[in-house]
Design a protein around this ligand. Structure first.
Ligand code: HEC
Ligand code: HEC
Ligand code: HEC
Ligand code: HEC
Ligand code: HEC
Ligand code: HEC
Ligand code: HEC
Ligand code: HEC
Ligand code: HEC
Ligand code: HEC
Length: 397
């Protein structure tokens, strides 16, 4: 641009020139007052000195005269796309001359690069607290550290870019950048099973809360329902008894005509807390570990997943002494996924009566009460309330 003026130097209107009016202003520590003397307090011009507004319609001190909002530099646009306000990384000036922006509190011009001052999100913590240091920006290295959003608080050794570079590009925020995919603490990697609402695009991600389960309860967030943490539902939403996940859970837990409820501990090591050892620290499937009742009188109680059966389980007549019972019709190897009728009838676990020296084949259901009156009623019904049937000992009283 050719420009000749009695007041201003050549190059005054050429952004490429050292004499350009913008650069001159910067060198003067942004002393707009100098210009206002001749061009008017409102920059609209005075007689002899033209208006600035012909070129700067919003006025030369408006926010986008000197830089775009945000500037097209580094990862500005990526953060804007995520809806992050400038205030998460800068103190945002109310006006161009707010202290800390171009001038310090005394009006002395500030030099150097933009100031990065992290806000609440970058300095967030999880519960219980884990933060060891505040979020920081290293202008020389061009990286930030201990920034919540980038997993700085999670401090997961499997994360590849928990200290991202401002100019390092989007590959830094692929899954696995801020925390491992899965994190180093995890033995399993099917995120949606345990974090069903936590896809990166949902509002629950990077919100300061490590969301576990669907939020329905500490133990029912991933399996079970409001009535029990046992399936149904299974870990993949199964509700059908014919699935391994669901099987005969509720039949055992509810109790019924044979005995009262059977606790989870008869078949599993039960965690007090979600992160307790033995719970999530191995790959699927869930571990079946028989408890005292299932293993009484049996050192070899086993769950066979392939056949969905258990063998030598005391409760089903698989104890050493009951197994010796030779009466026919027994079903001591019950199928977990079959319906209750196939394994819960009198005669399924032991003979009716048992085939041993204490009984004769002629004994009928209504005879049992004669010698086992605490266990069986006169009609052959189990006296469930007495707690003597399938309790670990043969009761004659
Ligand atoms: C001493 C009075 C005076 C001061 C101080 C002054 N100007 Fe000017 N300026 C003028 C006059 C008079 C003109 C018009 C005549 C000319 O171009 O020679 C002008 C022209 C301009 C133009 C060209 C306008 C156009 O439409 O061509 C720009 C840009 C400008 N001034 C910017 C500034 C800036 C920025 C400052 C503050 C750093 C400033 N001026 C300070 C008097 C002044
Ligand atoms: C006269 C020029 C100018 C105007 C007008 C201006 N800025 Fe700035 N702004 C700068 C400069 C220079 C920097 C320091 C960084 C640099 O060197 O580019 C800066 C930095 C910033 C920063 C980074 C944090 C900091 O303070 O270093 C923010 C945010 C910002 N400006 C917002 C605004 C907003 C909002 C407005 C309007 C209220 C505004 N700016 C008006 C020149 C300006
Ligand atoms: C003839 C058009 C024109 C007039 C009139 C004009 N400017 Fe500018 N001004 C520009 C151009 C072009 C730029 C550079 C914009 C860019 O680099 O994107 C600029 C940039 C600026 C900047 C930004 C400097 C920076 O380093 O970012 C300031 C501040 C500024 N002008 C102040 C003034 C003031 C004050 C006046 C009135 C006294 C004025 N301008 C009048 C054309 C003008
Ligand atoms: C995620 C953090 C972050 C957000 C959000 C952010 N900035 Fe920045 N900004 C930075 C970093 C980092 C720098 C580089 C600082 C340095 O050079 O040391 C910077 C630099 C700047 C600069 C100086 C010029 C430059 O390109 O380096 C300005 C001006 C600025 N930011 C304005 C803004 C404005 C306006 C917004 C909101 C629209 C914004 N920033 C949002 C982190 C951020
Ligand atoms: C078997 C269940 C399970 C699976 C599958 C799972 N997580 Fe987790 N995740 C958890 C639990 C439980 C916690 C809470 C751990 C704690 O508080 O120490 C957790 C915590 C986290 C955290 C916070 C890390 C930390 O340091 O506390 C992240 C990030 C995470 N998971 C990501 C993932 C990703 C990504 C996947 C898939 C690749 C995944 N998880 C798969 C159960 C799981
Ligand atoms: C920019 C950093 C960042 C990236 C990239 C990232 N995460 Fe995360 N992620 C976090 C932070 C921080 C947490 C801590 C919990 C929170 O605030 O939501 C988290 C937590 C999680 C959790 C635990 C549940 C939760 O929301 O708390 C899962 C699962 C998860 N992320 C999956 C992913 C997947 C899948 C991807 C890739 C699509 C991904 N993350 C990419 C930062 C990130
Ligand atoms: C984050 C999802 C999640 C939450 C919450 C959860 N579980 Fe689990 N649970 C699982 C997974 C996955 C398995 C299968 C574990 C395996 O692979 O061994 C499992 C298995 C189990 C088992 C079977 C035994 C085993 O460890 O395999 C029991 C019992 C159990 N959970 C009880 C609980 C209790 C009690 C709570 C509440 C303290 C709870 N769960 C909370 C995901 C969860
Ligand atoms: C009678 C024995 C028994 C009892 C009692 C029992 N479970 Fe299970 N549980 C199993 C069997 C068998 C499986 C299937 C294991 C496999 O897939 O190999 C299983 C699987 C599970 C699974 C994994 C489901 C899936 O989706 O793969 C969870 C979770 C579970 N049980 C929790 C519980 C909880 C909680 C309780 C008590 C409220 C309980 N169980 C009581 C035998 C039992
Ligand atoms: C005449 C008395 C008598 C009658 C009637 C009787 N039982 Fe028994 N039952 C016994 C005795 C004695 C034992 C052995 C107790 C012991 O080993 O401590 C026994 C043991 C058992 C055992 C444990 C078997 C084992 O191998 O340890 C079962 C099961 C049983 N009875 C079921 C029944 C049923 C079912 C009926 C009705 C059809 C019945 N009994 C009728 C006397 C009887
Ligand atoms: C799921 C397997 C199972 C089924 C089905 C079953 N029992 Fe038993 N029953 C046992 C076991 C195991 C014992 C061994 C003693 C104990 O722990 O109570 C037993 C013992 C008995 C005894 C001996 C008294 C006692 O308390 O030890 C009687 C009588 C008896 N059962 C009757 C019945 C009758 C009647 C039915 C049908 C209503 C029936 N049982 C169905 C497993 C079963």
């Amino acid at each position: 641009m050719t420009y000749s003026s009695t007041v201003h130097p050549a190059g005054w209107l050429d952004p490429a020139s050292d004499a350009f009016h913008g650069k001159d202003l910067a060198r003067r520590g942004w002393s707009f007052a100098t210009c206002q003397r001749c061009h008017g307090d409102d920059f609209a011009g005075k007689p002899g000195a033209p208006s600035c507004l012909t070129c700067h319609a919003k006025g030369p001190t408006s926010c986008d005269t000197c830089h775009a909002l945000p500037p097209p530099t580094g990862a500005h646009d990526a953060h804007r796309t995520q809806g992050l306000a400038c205030g998460e990384c800068h103190v945002v000036p109310a006006t161009w001359d707010s202290p800390g922006h171009l001038l310090d509190a005394d009006g002395t011009p500030l030099t150097g690069r933009a100031r990065v001052t992290f806000g609440a999100l970058a300095n967030r913590d999880v519960t219980p607290p884990r933060r060891t240091a505040p979020a920081t920006w290293d202008s020389t290295a061009g990286t930030c550290a201990n920034v919540y959003c980038h997993g700085g608080v999670l401090a997961d050794p499997a994360a590849t870019h928990a200290q991202p570079s401002w100019t390092g590009g989007p590959s830094q925020v692929a899954c696995g950048g801020c925390h491992g995919n899965p994190p180093a603490s995890h033995a399993q990697r099917e995120c949606a099973m345990c974090h069903p609402n936590a896809g990166a695009a949902t509002p629950r991600h990077i919100d300061g809360v490590i969301d576990i389960g669907d939020g329905s309860g500490v133990c029912t967030g991933c399996h079970g329902d409001a009535s029990s943490p046992a399936p149904p539902r299974g870990l993949h939403g199964e509700t059908d008894r014919s699935t391994l996940a669901v099987g005969a859970h509720r039949a055992h837990l509810a109790g019924g005509v044979l005995r009262g409820p059977i606790a989870c501990t008869e078949c599993h090591v039960v965690p007090q807390n979600v992160t307790d050892p033995g719970h999530l620290d191995s790959a699927l499937p869930a571990e079946v570990r028989f408890g005292a009742l299932a293993t009484s009188d049996s050192a070899t109680a086993t769950w066979d997943r392939t056949r969905a059966t258990c063998t030598n389980v005391y409760c089903h007549g698989g104890g050493v002494s009951l197994a010796a019972d030779t009466a026919s019709g027994k079903n001591q190897v019950p199928v977990w996924t079959a319906d209750a009728a196939s394994s819960a009838y009198c005669g399924a676990c032991h003979g009716l009566p048992p085939g041993d020296a204490s009984h004769t084949p002629a004994m009928k259901l209504t005879d049992c009460a004669t010698c086992h009156p605490g266990t069986v009623g006169p009609f052959g019904n189990i006296l469930v309330g007495n707690g003597k049937h399938i309790n670990g000992s043969v009761d004659l009283q």
